[in-house]
Design a protein around this ligand. Structure first.
Ligand code: SF4
Length: 266
């Protein structure tokens, strides 16, 4: 069972856990004080736009219409051009998915599908007060042979040393609770910039029960522990993408650290 420390900050999600582990100060502003993000990073906006375009395309909107609708909402030409570059992979991905759907017996498609569980891993509503862990699945397919494919769209670069199962562990926890009949979990990461879908080996329910669920629950406990000492700052490379960096003294020190001047270098 979760500790009180973990229950206090529920509902958790994969990104909330990641935030707590990276920077308790950011966690505090975002999830405890709930201060609206003072600055939204262009990467975040572009990532959301690509996700939205993929969602529309997979739900049947013609791709030119899906991309142009979303593109028009980006605030600058520079961001629109970056969106265009990433978006070139959308038609190929949609084509692959339609071929794949023709060749497999798909019982159900899940697009931007919200899932939540209570602390005992029973299913609840996403916004319910008893949700302990929750997430929104980018894309999933339930097959008639009682297997499921879970796909996460990523606009960033590949993280070395992180397995597919690590990256999709939260989805697996949620999907295993919601679709209890599933006997095999296929996990894929759609690397949008590289126009590639990378699949891991399939997971069986015993592996989910014995490894994935305990790992996710342990991570939540580690995240709760990390923020239990209060809102200490933890500057690092992630500060570049922090929406609150302008109000953070640690980030200013990191970015504007005075360089020692040495006349011999002149
Ligand atoms: S700028 Fe860095 S140290 Fe400051 S809150 Fe954001 S992530 Fe934390």
């Amino acid at each position: 069972m979760p500790t009180t420390r973990a229950l206090i900050h529920a509902p958790w999600s994969a990104s909330k856990v990641g935030t707590a582990l990276r920077c308790p100060r950011l966690f505090h502003w975002k999830y405890i004080e709930k201060i609206a993000e003072p600055e939204v990073m262009p990467e975040t906006r572009i990532g959301k736009a690509i996700h939205k375009a993929l969602e529309l395309a997979l739900m049947g909107t013609p791709i030119p219409e899906a991309t142009s609708t979303v593109r028009a909402e980006l605030p600058s030409e520079n961001e629109q051009l970056r969106f265009d570059r990433l978006g070139t992979g959308i038609p190929a991905f949609a084509h692959r998915i339609s071929q794949f759907r023709r060749s497999r017996r798909v019982a159900r498609q899940l697009v931007e599908y919200s899932l939540a569980v209570r602390e005992d891993l029973t299913v609840t509503q996403f916004y319910s007060g008893d949700a302990y862990y929750r997430g929104v699945l980018d894309l999933g397919y339930l097959f008639e042979d009682d297997s499921i494919a879970l796909v996460d769209h990523k606009t960033g670069v590949r993280l070395p040393g992180t397995s597919i199962a690590d990256q999709l562990a939260g989805y697996v926890v949620l999907a295993s609770a919601a679709f209890r009949h599933v006997k095999r979990f296929w996990l894929g990461v759609h690397w949008i910039a590289e126009r590639a879908v990378e699949w891991g080996p399939p997971l069986l329910p015993d592996q989910v029960m014995d490894k994935i669920i305990p790992d996710v629950m342990d991570n939540i406990e580690a995240a709760a522990l990390a923020v239990s000492d209060g809102p200490r700052t933890n500057p690092g490379p992630w500060c570049d993408r922090c929406s609150y960096r302008d109000r953070c003294p640690a980030s200013k020190e990191l970015r504007y650290e005075p360089v020692e001047y040495d006349e011999d270098d002149d």
